[in-house]
Design a protein around this ligand. Structure first.
Ligand code: PMP
Length: 349
């Protein structure tokens, strides 16, 4: 199994030295009969539990190094209720930086509790923006107010910050090094497009022969006008086009729906015993669609952005799944077991 050494990054100490260096795990059971190898970059191994730890770390430490952020004096303010907020809360907690997270009424109690546990201040927006009826503009409006009225405030603005993209050079470098440069296909979930942009830039700069597949949500505005449907699964997709997005970073775009995410997640846990988040399910679903076109003998890498613990009330809850999609359990039940024989024989030795 190619795995990446967890080397502490220069200048980073304590828990921050464990951001990145996540394992690349070969998935031999996911796609029985597939004639290429599949590897998963398992980003839940980051200390805050997701790929966004890399972005949070880079967006904060670069500003500390440049002197713009001063621990004990500056305040970081961001509109995020999910993985980025948790990454920021951990990093700000470590450096003694004050953090205000602007969230809305849809934020889960668990995430709010995690943010508070790290010492972040949580501001909840409950009223939608009067002009659009949406909560996101209301959150951004509150961020702007706070930034204007708080001394030494820093708004990372993950949707526009080049440091978010840059953070993911490490993601791709680790994959490149683990597979000695042979990465034929890379499948990534796109939200802010930081992971996509950073990996694509590394691929170009290192002249790698890798086809980049961006996985987007049906109903997202990232790659063209959104299909008219609501999105239940958070993480990938975006309701507005991020300033960070360079569409040409993706050689190919695959749109997946909410049910695809559920089926992808449930298949991944049934066949590989990996409890992964919704966008990981999206990437697995995209791989299933791509597989017939992949040349035999290829190396295919999928990035799994977070773990499934934060999705236990939705994707992994049978009642929630039944409520939204009906009786669909046959779509992932009965994983084939024939492929297990050789592995069981290995264990028995
Ligand atoms: N999956 C999950 C679970 C995420 O939290 C995010 C970030 N919103 C993404 C995918 C998309 O990553 P990026 O923002 O780098 O495009």
């Amino acid at each position: 199994m190619p795995s990446t050494e967890r080397e502490p990054r220069t200048g980073l100490k304590g828990i921050l030295s464990t951001v990145g260096g996540t394992p690349l795990v070969e998935l031999e059971r996911l796609m029985p009969g597939f004639t290429s190898r599949v590897f998963a970059k398992v980003e839940r191994f980051n200390p805050g539990g997701s790929v966004k730890d890399r972005s949070a770390l880079n967006m904060v430490t670069a500003k500390i190094r440049s002197g713009e952020l001063v621990p004990g004096r500056s305040t970081v303010i961001e509109s995020s209720s999910g993985n980025l907020a948790i990454g920021l809360a951990q990093i700000c907690g470590y450096y003694g930086l004050r953090l205000i997270c602007v969230v809305d009424s849809r934020t889960t109690r668990q995430n709010t509790a995690i943010l508070r546990a790290y010492g972040a201040q949580v501001e909840t927006v409950t009223e939608p923006d009067p002009a659009t009826g949406q909560l996101l503009p209301a959150r951004l409006h509150r961020v702007a107010e706070l930034v204007a009225t708080t001394p030494d405030a820093y708004w990372p603005d993950q949707y526009a910050n080049p440091l978010n993209r840059q953070a993911h050079h490490t993601t791709m470098r680790e994959i490149d090094q683990a597979l000695n440069g042979k990465v034929d296909h890379l499948l990534l979930a796109a939200g802010t497009s930081g992971t996509l942009g950073g990996c694509a830039q590394y691929i170009r700069e290192h002249r790698m022969n890798t086809t980049v597949h961006a996985v987007d949500a049906l109903g997202s505005a990232l790659f063209g006008p959104p299909a008219d449907c609501t999105r239940l699964v958070p993480g990938h997709g975006a309701s507005v086009v991020p300033r960070l997005l360079r569409p040409a970073d993706a050689d190919h775009v695959i749109h997946v729906g909410d049910l695809d995410c559920v089926v992808g997640c449930r298949t991944l846990i049934a066949r590989e015993a990996i409890l992964a988040g919704g966008s990981s399910g999206a990437v697995v679903a995209a791989l299933t669609r791509l597989a017939p076109t992949v040349r035999p003998g290829s190396n295919v890498v999928i990035v799994l952005p977070d773990g499934g613990d934060r999705y236990l009330d939705t994707i992994y809850d049978d009642t929630w799944v039944q409520h939204h999609f009906g009786d669909v359990t046959h779509l992932w039940k009965n994983p084939p077991t024939t492929h297990l024989t050789s592995q069981l024989a290995d264990i028995a030795k």
